[in-house]
Design a protein around this ligand. Structure first.
Ligand code: VG1
Ligand code: CO
Length: 542
């Protein structure tokens, strides 16, 4: 059945860092989700008879959009849909299913770490055949199509049963409901030394994992408790809830505070971790130590050879530009290349496909490897456990030894959320104007070395991505970076990334915010944050 769209409710806002994210009531407008899904299909070629993977993080409105997507896939000529039971597939699991079953692509329904519920966030992203987020040329085409779309195709059939595994039919298309966990768990077993981790846990090593009432619950239960023998209860908040229990499923020091406090207590377990709404982020806290995502990337890269899946060593490391330079020092020591990309996992796809990079990471708590084409929260947790099992040292010791060997990159991100959009755009524009005049300028003891607006030249497809964030580098390796979020759903979010390199082990135990205080003040002076946003303090400090 063809439905004609009288007005395009999609609006003119470009999909951001990870697809389209809006409030649920926006998605509930008539034809809204349908328009976007049809725009995806209209931007693709050659999918007739092919397989489409569909799944989401279980948030409010997930099942509704899954039903629409299945019926639209049928009406548009896909041959088969693979959908996770209950409509569930974590982002990394969806990436794996796309790759394993050689699907044409996948539709992943999630707003990641943003809250869920009837008035909260929802999102749709499209992943291509390598299992990764659609590259910019595809997202640009989808956006262009949303501006012109005038009709969509949908099969006029009853809803399919998402809760029973097996194959059903929608018109000529097969719909197979699959176990969302099995393929993923099998992949993890192929990469890590499960026997060693099982022995570690059997020896009394205590792990806690907070699934934050989001999608990783069933995955963590199966892997950590069932396959690795962690006692029942080691996985907390393991039932995916449509509103994540009213919390932000964002594994950072603000939203995973309870876990952090547990890990700082005298009787803390040995290792704590959490993941986000769609399972692609990770929080790592050892007893008495929070590991920053940037440090985690560096430490995982330096020790990855201890896991069977990476025993051959790494081809290269990639990190997003705002991520700290800790991984750069590891790459240098290993004698391998370090790639610096814009924010967003889609930029790692080519490097992974070409075998240029093996491990990738972002400061926003995303780490992953060439095993899929998305960042992967549980993968990072399991690699940490594998390293802990192999080295037989505490997480705290491993981190401190890492700093002693490579130096410490003090690092923090300050987010100013829901700022007036014009004010935020004005701030960035003024900053860009200033760039040419900054080099050579001194702010107290800090002297600006270079200042630019990051642009990325993809070494594989030669595409160029401009305006990816303003960075100001100071002599000695400190820097501040400014960019606007591409995933927020209300107003604008200004992200300020602050980093200072400290080679001296005698100065490795400072409080992070104190260690960065002078840079934080300079960031405000250069960007006029307080006056332009009207905010005295950031909304979130991580
Ligand atoms: C944020 C993070 C970025 C991450 C993106 C998607 O983007 O900074 O590193 O890739 O979210 O993460 P932004 O544009 O808001 O800074 V998630 O877990 O959506 O999949
Ligand atoms: Co996410």
């Amino acid at each position: 059945m063809m439905i004609t769209v009288s007005t395009n409710p999609y609006g003119d806002q470009k999909p951001g860092t990870s697809g389209l994210r809006k409030k649920v009531p926006v998605f509930q407008q008539k034809n809204y989700a349908e328009n976007f899904i049809q725009s995806i299909f209209d931007s693709l070629e050659g999918y007739e008879g092919e397989t489409l993977v569909i799944g989401g993080d279980g948030r409010y409105y997930n099942r509704d959009v899954i039903q629409k997507a299945i019926k639209m896939a049928a009406a548009n000529g896909f041959g088969r849909v693979l959908v996770g039971r209950g409509g569930i597939l974590s982002t990394p699991a969806a990436s794996n299913v796309i790759r394993k079953y050689k699907a044409f692509g996948g539709i992943v329904l999630s707003a990641s770490h943003n809250p869920g519920g009837p008035t909260e966030d929802f999102g749709i992203k499209y992943n291509v055949g390598n299992g990764g987020p659609a590259p910019e040329r595809v997202t640009d085409a989808i956006f262009a199509r949303t501006q012109a779309i005038d009709s969509y195709r949908i099969a006029d059939v009853p809803d399919i049963n998402l809760d029973v595994e097996g194959t059903q039919h929608v018109e000529d298309m097969a719909v197979t409901v699959i176990d969302p966990v099995a393929d993923y768990a099998e992949l993890m077993e192929s990469l890590f030394d499960f026997a060693a981790i099982r022995a570690l846990i059997a020896g009394g090593f205590r792990v806690v994992f907070d699934a934050m009432s989001a999608v990783t619950g069933p995955y963590a239960k199966e892997i950590l408790e069932k396959r690795l023998g962690a006692p029942k209860g080691s996985v907390m908040n393991f039932i995916p809830l449509p509103d994540f229990g009213g919390h932000h499923p964002d594994p950072n020091l603000v939203h995973a505070r309870a876990l952090y406090e547990t890990m700082m207590a005298p009787d803390a377990p040995d290792f704590g971790a959490a993941s986000d709404g769609d399972g692609d982020r990770n929080l790592i806290v050892g007893r008495g130590i929070f590991v920053t995502p940037s440090d985690s990337l560096a430490i995982l890269a330096a020790n990855a050879h201890l896991a069977p899946g990476y025993a051959q060593g790494l081809a290269g490391i990639a990190r997003s530009m705002p991520t700290s330079g800790a991984a750069d020092r590891v790459a240098e020591k290993l004698g391998i290349s370090l790639y610096e990309t814009p924010t967003g996992w889609k930029f790692f796809g080519n490097l992974l496909d070409e075998g240029l990079a093996t491990i990738c990471g972002e400061e926003s708590a995303g780490t992953g490897s060439n095993h899929v084409r998305e960042k992967d929260g549980l993968w990072a947790v399991l690699l940490w456990l594998n390293i802990l099992a192999a080295r037989k040292e505490s997480a705290l010791d491993i981190v401190q030894k890492h700093w002693a060997a490579y130096g410490r990159n003090y690092y923090s991100r300050h987010d100013y959320e829901a700022v007036d959009t014009d004010a935020a755009n004005g701030l960035m524009a003024a900053l860009r104007e200033k760039l040419a005049g900054l080099p050579g300028k001194s702010y107290g003891a800090l002297k600006v070395e270079t200042a630019d607006d990051f642009s990325y030249h993809d070494p594989v497809d030669k595409s160029v991505s401009m305006n990816q964030g303003v960075r100001v580098l100071f002599e000695g390796g400190s820097r501040v970076v400014f960019r606007l979020s591409g995933t927020g759903t209300s107003g604008a979010t200004l992200r300020v990334y602050i980093e200072r390199y400290e080679p001296d082990p005698a100065r490795h135990d400072l409080d992070t915010q104190a260690a960065l205080a002078d840079l934080i003040a300079v960031a405000d002076e250069i960007a006029e944050i307080k006056t332009r946003t009207g905010r005295e303090e950031p909304s979130v400090v991580t």
